[in-house]
Design a protein around this ligand. Structure first.
Ligand code: GDP
Ligand code: MG
Length: 754
């Protein structure tokens, strides 16, 4: 049997590890243009040889254990002992990337440096002399482009050939006094360990790395001895040990890089820099961000998307016959002209397209033909088709939104948003890093919440977990599209406003929470590499649409289907005339239960049982809100095609109440899946309850203010509800603007344990 070889991919965030991993393994790990999204390591097999295992490690800037990524990567490299490391280095930013290289070189594991992004380097007409770099670093250097696939297989083959071979001896030495101390440390504490490991451990002991000290379990005498050596060196160089090492590494890199690289357009602004001068400009950044998101939501939900959805709703799920065909617009014009008497002959539809039955008609006929029981027909047509179909009808809008988001992420714009937000958040004591999970949450809250792991500061991480799902995820899109389309006639501002309500809720919550005792504390520094702008490939965008779209459709076929069936049964059966059986909806079990809780929402303007039930089913999955409406309003006898379901809905709820309903559903506790993620990430039941309680309470109060103050503004009378709303607004203002709690605790590890 051949030997197993383990190759570890290590490198800075955004250097292209995941892209390389995918190219080598043929797997499809999603490549996000985010720093630090890969917190967990991932394993795959090399395409050319299944005995070669490839590990994608989280992106790191150094081997110090300060961030969760660094801990995962370092523990892997130290404990699992890969046979060889491929260090992916961003060729457009050698200075910063080689800092990690110098540390990896000390591990005593064979090392291949893969200089990535060579396509960009070549395009800029810069040159990298890899032969010289190889000599300077003392390890093999290859040039690759993970994206284009050039050189990647060769890099892996080379790495495999070095596996387990000769231990790499680093060429770099520190200044005399540091080397002197290192030699002493090796002598005092490490001489019994394998030779390859000594260098790395000696440097770490010199840096007083607590985890390494604990791991080695050195006797006190040895520690004292070492401490003495470090002190001497620190006095001599007049700096602390850790800074000495960092500074010397950078000085070393600077000294070798001059000879290894030539930059053609030195000092000239790149295309990316020029865009950034506008896009991240102090004054323009926010208006541009608002305009971009406005366009995204307006186009995908209100304009283009709505046309596509109308077609899907009427044509596929609509409960009637539909005129389909390229000429349908021309046909209705011709009909109008005929009816207005402008032309005398009735137009012949065959000349324009064809009349086709919607799915319900076809299915209804089929069920009739096989003599299907009446209740089953009801379940299929009025339950499943009406419920799941209502949700699926929004797929076109969703796909357009996904395409926009994939583009904004892929081209590098979203990374800038985190950077821009950092400037704003910082003023309130929050870091822009909190914004990355929120931006990811625009697709789905679950990965958004999970991305909060990369936030080191415990309080900030908790605030982020609590507020991430305020951003409208794709499952909330049907609710937004429904309210905007059916109740506001597609008014231009409704759909984009949902996004801005989410952002405002996050910023306000962040500010309010940060001022409380539980969350006060210092701002953690936020370093972020901004990737250069680049045109995302069509494949990237399509894949992102496909992945998100498929997971949506899968959800429709499972959890939403089940919820729909449950809603149909409970809304069709009940005790009529003392017997349990099919009854009018108003006598159903669901109506009884719904009426029992609907009063809670009366102050918000939608105290009818159907809306209350819809909001509750939304806690299972947000799409259920629309699915439930589809069933509860589709039943009515007058519903003859899909559009009338929504007409029934709009007749029973006022636009203001509908907006309050929208706000409540955007902000209240997310779906089960996201709540599960919150529970896992909080890893503490009390904190989980605090998060869910905060979300529901906040949503209730904001919706209350929307409805009550809207009613007042529209000339409605003053009542207890108005008084409550005004008090709430006053409370919000106080929480936002009161002075922050002074804090003396610097260490984030000391969050009060509640
Ligand atoms: P990771 O954070 O190290 O896993 O980096 P990713 O694999 O997620 O890549 C970050 C970004 O760089 C993505 O947008 C990739 O498409 C892009 N990228 C990766 N390799 C290359 C390359 O060789 N050339 C170019 N132009 N872009 C690349
Ligand atoms: Mg990655």
């Amino acid at each position: 049997m051949k030997m197993r070889i383990k190759i570890a991919l290590a490198g800075n965030p955004n250097s292209g590890k995941t892209t390389l991993f995918n190219a080598l393994t043929g797997l499809n790990q999603f490549v996000g243009n985010w720093p630090g999204v890969t917190v967990e390591k991932k394993e795959g097999r090399f395409r050319e040889d299944e005995n070669i295992i490839i590990m994608d490690l989280p992106g790191i800037y150094s081997l110090s254990p300060y961030t969760p990524e660094e801990v995962v990567s370092r523990d892997y490299l130290l404990d699992e002992k890969p046979d060889v490391i491929i260090n992916i280095v961003d060729g457009t930013n050698l200075e910063r990337n080689l800092h990690l290289t110098t540390q990896l070189a000390e591990l005593g594991i064979p090392l291949v440096v893969a200089v990535n992004m060579m396509d960009v380097v070549k395009k800029k007409e810069d040159k990298i002399d890899s032969a010289r770099l190889e000599k300077e670093l003392g390890c093999r250097v290859v040039e690759i482009s993970a994206l284009k696939g050039t050189g990647v297989m060769e890099a892996a083959r080379l790495a495999a050939s070095l596996a387990g071979g000769e231990k790499h001896i680093p060429r770099h030495s520190f200044s005399g006094s540091v080397e002197h101390a290192l030699a002493h440390i090796e002598e005092a504490a490490l001489h019994s360990l394998p030779e390859g490991k000594q260098r790395f451990l000696a440097v770490k002991l010199f840096e007083r790395d607590e985890k390494i000290i604990a791991r080695l379990g050195l006797p006190d005498a040895a520690l004292k001895h070492i401490e003495n050596d470090i002190r001497l060196c620190e006095e001599e160089l007049d700096d602390d040990a850790e800074s000495i090492i960092t500074a010397e590494r950078y000085a070393y890199i600077e000294s070798i890089i001059e000879g290894c690289r030539t930059i053609k357009n030195k000092g000239k602004l790149s295309f990316s820099d020029k865009i950034d001068m506008v896009v991240t400009n102090r004054f323009l950044a926010l208006p541009i961000f608002a305009a971009v998101m406005f366009i995204v939501y307006f186009v995908s939900i209100t304009s283009v998307g709505a046309v596509a959805t109308d077609w899907a709703n009427d044509g596929i799920f609509g409960d009637g016959w539909h005129f389909l065909g390229i000429g349908s617009a021309a046909y209705s014009e011709a009909i109008d002209a005929f009816e207005a008497g402008e032309i005398s002959d009735e137009p012949d539809p065959a000349g324009y397209g064809a009349w086709v039955p919607g799915v319900p008609v076809l299915l209804g006929d089929a069920l009739e033909a096989i003599n299907c029981a009446e209740w089953l027909q009801g379940l299929i047509l009025d339950g499943i088709i009406a419920g799941v179909g209502a949700v699926l009808g929004f797929v076109p809008q969703m796909l357009i939104l996904f395409a926009f988001l994939a583009f904004l992420e892929g081209c590098g714009y979203m990374a800038r948003i985190a950077f821009i937000m950092d400037r704003i958040f910082r003023r309130f004591g929050l870091s822009g890093k909190s914004f990355i999970p929120i931006l990811i949450g625009t697709g789905c809250g679950v990965p958004g919440i999970m991305a909060s792991r990369t936030i080191e500061n415990d309080r900030d991480r908790k605030i982020t977990i609590m507020t991430t799902t305020f951003i409208p995820c794709s499952a909330k899109l049907p609710i937004i599209a429904l309210i905007s389309g059916a109740l506001f006639g597609g008014a231009w501002w409704v759909a984009p406003s949902a996004y801005f309500v989410g952002i405002a809720a996050i910023i306000c919550s962040g500010v309010m929470l940060k001022k409380t005792r539980l969350f006060s504390g210092d701002v953690a520094p936020f370093v972020m590499e901004l990737p250069a702008y680049h045109m995302p490939t069509a494949v990237y965008i399509l894949r992102s649409m496909w992945e998100r779209g498929m997971s949506f459709i899968k959800k429709a076929g499972t959890i939403i289907l089940l919820a729909t069936i449950a809603v149909w049964f409970t809304s069709s059966f009940g005790w009529g005339d003392g017997d349990f059986g099919m009854v009018d909806m108003s006598d159903s079990v669901l109506a009884k239960v719904g009426s029992g809780i609907a009063w809670i929402f009366t102050p918000l303007g939608w105290g009818d049982w159907k809306s209350a039930v819809a909001a509750i089913t939304g806690l299972i999955a947000k799409e259920n809100v629309v699915g439930t409406f589809g069933i509860l309003y589709g039943f009515s006898e007058v519903a003859e095609d899909g559009a009338e379901i929504w007409a029934n809905l709009s007749a029973s709820i006022s636009p203001l109440a509908a907006y309050s309903f929208l706000v409540f559903n955007l902000l209240c506790a997310p779906c089960f899946a996201a709540m599960g993620a919150i529970k896992r990430e909080m890893n503490n039941t009390r904190w989980f309850r605090i998060a869910i309680g905060y979300q529901c309470g906040f949503a209730y109060l904001v919706a209350l203010c929307v409805y009550q103050i809207g009613t007042l503004a529209a000339g409605g009378g003053f009542g207890p509800g108005s008084a409550a709303a005004i008090l709430t607004v006053a409370g919000f203002l106080y929480s936002l603007f009161r002075p922050a709690k002074k804090t003396t605790m610097r260490n984030s590890a000391t969050v009060p344990n509640i």
